[in-house]
Write a protein that binds this ligand. Sequence first.
Ligand code: NAP
Length: 349
Amino acid sequence: MQRLFNLQLLHWGYNCKTSTELSRGNRTAMASLPFSILIFGGTGTIGKHITGAILSAKASPGHSISIFTSESTASNPDKQTLLFAWKSQGLRIITGDINNTDDVTRAYEGVDVVVSCLGRNSLLAQTDLIRLAENSASIEWFFPSEYGTDIEYDASSKDEKPHQNKLKVREFIRNDIHRVQCTYLVTGPYIDMYLSLMPGVEAIGGYDVGSKKAVVVNSGNDAVGFTSMPDVGKLVVAALRNPEEAKGKALKVQSFVTTPIEIVREFEKQTGAEWTTSYTPIQELRDLEEQLWEKNNPVATAATLRRIWAEGRTLYEKTDNEKLGLGLGDMETLSEVVGRAIDAASKSE
Ligand SMILES: NC(=O)c1ccc[n+]([C@@H]2O[C@H](COP(=O)([O-])OP(=O)(O)OC[C@H]3O[C@@H](n4cnc5c(N)ncnc54)[C@H](OP(=O)(O)O)[C@@H]3O)[C@@H](O)[C@H]2O)c1
C-alpha cells in the first residue's frame, strides 16, 4: 500500500506546495462554468460521465448546457430515463445528425465550448464538426473525443492501429484550425473497464469477481496509469475551469498508478479470498493481437491497447492534474473502484 502511495506521489510530482494547489482546486471547484457548452455523444459510455459532471458543475447565469444527440438515442427507452433526469437539471437536448451541416450549424448558435465524446466509429466526423466550429460566430474552444491512451506518447505511437483516426483529427487541427483552441484530455485506460475479463480473449488480461480469477500480462508488476470513468468527467470540468492551463494542450491526467498484481491484491483483500492468477507473456499477447487484426476482429483494438499499457506507455514523470487544481485527495482510489466492481458483480449474480 505504501508503495502504491509512493507511486502516486511520484507520479503527480507531489510536493509540500500542493496544499496551495489544493485550496486553489477547492476554490475553483465552487465556481459555475462561464460558458455555453454543447456536448456530442453525451449519452455514450464516457459521455454519460462527462455530461453528468458538467451538469453538476452548472453553467453560470446566461449560459446553457446542451447535448446534440441522434433521434434514435432521444427515442431510445433505455436512454430516456437518463435524458429526463438531465432535463430536470437544466440540460437542453438537441436532436439531429452529426453529418448534417444545417443541424450542426443551428446547434452551434450561441455556443462557446464544444465537448465531443463521440465513439470510435464516428471520430473522423469530427473534422467537419471542428471546421464548422472554426466558421461559427461564437465557438472558441473544442474538446475532440480522446479520453484515452496517449496517441503521441513516443515515436512508436504513430504506427499503432487504434490511434490512426485520432491522429488524423489532430493533424487536421494542426493544419486547418487557427482560431478555435482545442484540448485533448489524455486519461489512459479506464480502470473500471480494465477490471473485467473479455470472454474468448481472456489472455489479454482482466479480472473476474465471480470466479475470482485474474489474468495479467508478463509478471503483472509493470505499472500502468489509470483514470476512473467518474474522474474523466471531473477532469473535463477541471479543464473547463482552468482555460489558461488547458486551451491548446494535450493534458496528461490520471486517477492513480498501480500494477496488475496490486489490483489482484486489492481484490483479494476486499473479497477475503485468494484469487487464481494466470500470466500472459507479452509475446503471446503480441501474437494474439496480430491474429485478431488479421481476422478483422474488433477486439484487436483492445488487445493492442492492453499491449501498449503493459509496455509502460501510460507513465509520466508528472501529470497535469495539479495544473488543473486537482490534488491527491480529489481523485478516486484503487480501493474505491475495486469496491464498486465487487458491488456490481454481486448485484448481477
Ligand atoms: N480510455 C479508455 O479505456 C477508453 C475506453 C472506451 C472509450 N474510450 C474513448 O472515449 C471516447 C468515446 O468513446 P465511447 O466508447 O464512450 O463512445 P460510444 O459510447 O461508443 O459512443 C458515444 C456516442 O457517439 C455517438 N455515436 C456513436 N456511433 C455513432 C455513429 N456511427 N454516428 C453518429 N454518432 C455516433 C452516439 O451519440 P448519440 O446517440 O447521442 O448521437 C454515442 O452515444 C472515444 O474517443 C474512445 O476512444 C476510451
